[in-house]
Design a protein around this ligand. Sequence first.
Ligand code: MRU
Length: 350
Amino acid sequence: MTGSPQAGRVQTLRWRDGQLEMIDQRVLPAEFRYLRHDSAEAVARSIRDMVVRGAPAIGCAAAYGIALEALRERDAAPADFTLRMERAFAVLAQSRPTAVNLFWALARMRKCWQALAAQPVAAQAQALLAQAHEMLAEDIRVNRAMGAHGAALLADGARVLTHCNAGALATAGHGTALGVIRSAVEAGKRISVIADETRPFLQGARLTAWEMVQERIPVTLITDNMAGFLMSRGEIDAVIVGTDRVAANGDVANKIGTYMVAVLARRHGIPFYVACPMSTIDLSIADGAAIPIEERPRQEVTGFRDHQWAAEGVSVRNPSFDVTPAELVSALITERGVIRQPNRERLAGL
Ligand code: MRU
């Protein structure tokens, strides 16, 4: 299914004719197409292969994965239904390790399912689908609330650096970091965006730049190694990024390269903000050292898609995320408000 996005509205995930459709983010911006999914296994594959990515979007997709499996098995005997649902939970939980929203969403779906135990299997399936729809709608509400809180932190005319894509494409809509920027623009502020390209998967160049161009929000693309130079020349007023998991002490896991940006921001006295829905805070993890960091395939570093440029046989590291210590974070922007200088006490207070 190909085409172009509806004016001004990116629907990363949508429910059509009993299936989950996802924008295929691997081929943007050259191509705009939706892929259809009819099982938990298909959804898990698309999460692993980056058809859908971004912590909140992964969570919503997983919720639909559970609903799809329940709908597929709605005529099964209760014992078989339970077996297949357990397999669906397991396969989705193995898709990607870092974004806690995935596990948060699965836990919520499990809780909903457990509460339905007395009902016929077909009714359970319908209720799980309703729950997935609700989680999608809730994600947009949360992003709008974060946007309203965060917009107040940006001055009129601010030039804002962002890393990776924490936009509508990374969520059910509006975005987290880009949601703050969108809300500031909606409030009448003149904001311009500096988008880090985000090696190696190029989420900044391919996705953030595309989202901003679609909405005519001024955007300038740079390669990741240019951020320090622009900061040193006084060309960046604030940094806003998203996150995949925040530990109990406020350490922030986000796309590889975020830590570098945070260190540079501190060196230049530039505020470093993290847009962080409550679903991304993981109080069960004491600090950033314990956050599981995904290692992705070597081919993402030795080249891009079919074009490989590094010497064959070279050894490669490809950690997909890094951890920014809480001390470098000026504030977490959540749907409940802004937490300045996050630390263990302030997060526990939530
Ligand atoms: O590997 P990705 O593209 O899933 O990484 C995404 C990010 O790092 C985002 O910044 C994060 O998930 C927050 S999205 C609102």
